[in-house]
Design a protein around this ligand. Sequence first.
Ligand SMILES: [Ca+2]
Length: 171
Amino acid sequence: MRRALSALCTAGAILAGSLISPAQAAELEISDPAGDAPTARLDITTVSVRNNDHAVVIDTAFVKVATGFFLIQLVDRDGNRADIGSFHRPRGNDKNILTVGNKVRTCKGLRVSWDHEADTARVRLPSKCYLGGDYGAIRTRLFTEVVEDNDFAPNGQNGGRWQWSEWISRG
Ligand SMILES: [Ca+2]
């Protein structure tokens, strides 16, 4: 009886969690191991994604911020993809590019802010630049390139292949 009650409580907690998660799922944290890239430069460690109503904000932490290429891919439930690429250069003359459905889009308000002290990058994509804001949940995956392919996140358990994150509902 006690075990059944315990199992019931667990099931209840899971159910409660799944019921409240949509409202709370507008932010997703992704962890990626340090040291799984050929170099510490642009080796991704954590990613925090917020799918806010007015913008998607992605905060990424690295072992070390350095010159290189950083790519964030987003996709919605209809398979519409946005790619945000940042060619980060030491003197600050970064080149950032947005493509939606493989077409280059200009996007006023697209920001990629690199922080060499904190070893982080913040990407802010105004929602109007992605399908005119007409999307709901998204998922993401990230890639960096330094000299060659460097790091992938999420890359699954046991060093598995690059994969999409969980869905992040629009908040
Ligand atoms: Ca990593």
